[in-house]
Design a protein around this ligand. Sequence first.
Ligand code: ATP
Length: 268
Amino acid sequence: MMQALVQQDSAGSVAPLLTVRDVSVVFGGIIALNGVSFDMQKGHILGLIGPNGAGKTTLFNCLSRLYQPSKGDILLEGETILKRPPHKISEIGIGRTFQNVALFPNLSVRDNVRIGTHARTNSDIISDSLKLPWVRKGEAEINRRVDEILTYLDLHDVANTVTAGLPFGTQKRVELARALAAEPKILLLDEPAGGLNHEEVYILGDLIRRIRDDRGVTVLLVEHHMGLVMSIADHVVALNFGKKLAEGTPHQVQNDPDVIKAYLGSKD
Ligand code: ATP
């Protein structure tokens, strides 16, 4: 499966799906990111780690276009994403979830997931509610896709329940479903294990791997839970004080003396 996902350029080398090139972010006098570069290969799960204040969230927010780098570039399939406004990011294939879950609490699970499909259709909430003919034609396909994702993430039983009262772990799955409904090429996950118990983290790891394997989605994971990162990531990038400290396989990064030193000197 992994082989089929990887694209080679004419020289035979593998072209990255996403390139972070020399990205810096400065807030006032604080350098939150300082010339960070790395590539993400298609079909990989990339773990972004680092102690508190290392710059992970800042980089995540650059990838999802909430922050504009002061310097550098971010390329998706060779094209800069930095000219895209944040609300257009899902149209080019970048999906995200939020650390503290950002669902519409009074809408049902199904409607929350349905909202995700709008990145990939011509319809919007207003024309949907007016049931315009050109929208109706596409509705069957949208319903089919929403149903498929609800089943895939085991959410069918709560499809018509409003999300507000659902357990946190279920709400996180709904958010994942909404992100997947936009059919992203890259899924950015912001601390998905936060607030989950041991068993839920194990199930989540399995799910992220399945999403990559079954749906061909490349995943970037910002995560403090080392067990999760090291068990599912193909590639790990470690940051510290806004700079890239190390990158490589989980084994390489875990055994890197600079990474060990950075973590021993932090409260993580
Ligand atoms: P954590 O694991 O604690 O979430 P992090 O690796 O995500 O940390 P960032 O939140 O990206 O780190 O922070 C990197 C640096 O930038 C820190 O020194 C932080 O205080 C600073 N910083 C982040 N966001 C802002 C902001 N909006 N304004 C000013 N400084 C900021």
